[in-house]
Design a protein around this ligand. Sequence first.
Ligand SMILES: [Ca+2]
Ligand SMILES: [Ca+2]
Ligand SMILES: [Ca+2]
Length: 204
Amino acid sequence: MNEKRIALGVLVLIAVIGGTFAVTRAFFTDTETSTGSTFTVGTLDLDVGGANGSNVEPFVIENIGDTGDIDGSKVWTVNNTGSLPGRLYFKLDNVLNYENGCNEPEALVDVTCLDPGVGEGDLGGVVTIHAYLDGVEKASSTLASANQAVIGNTWTALPAMTIPANSSVQVMLDWSTGENDYGNEIQSDSITFDVGFDLVQIID
Ligand SMILES: [Ca+2]
Ligand SMILES: [Ca+2]
Ligand SMILES: [Ca+2]
């Protein structure tokens, strides 16, 4: 069994400005098909966003102040470049909510105000995310740190999402919060998290 890791990007949401950096992970699993004297080893390969190898993909979420809404999305094309079908797993990891200190109006409503204040931030609790496979919603959660396993657990509990050999699917993650869903408690707060993709050989 070979294992290969692909770094793609971490998602950073800040109340005003954010950036993204997600980490993808691929497991490659060999298979042996023995037919008579023939011995064949297939391949299972995961390629996310056209990046097979290490890639950091930061981006900025901006102009949020214009509407009062925080929203955005990211789409990954997930390619199975190998010769075997694989089951796709998707999850969030390392969901960290940072406080980044409290200004005066924030301090009136927020009593946990350290800087950076890992785990004290309040933004994730008011941001809802949805995960989609080929345009169909599969899982949703908030970005509260305590909920980081929800997306992965929901995804895994669904019927296997298979990528045939030499095929691709699209995975999308969107996030949003409404203008009435938060107050001064999220000022300067930020979130970082990793996005993980696993492709595991389907054993018949
Ligand atoms: Ca706080
Ligand atoms: Ca806060
Ligand atoms: Ca803050």
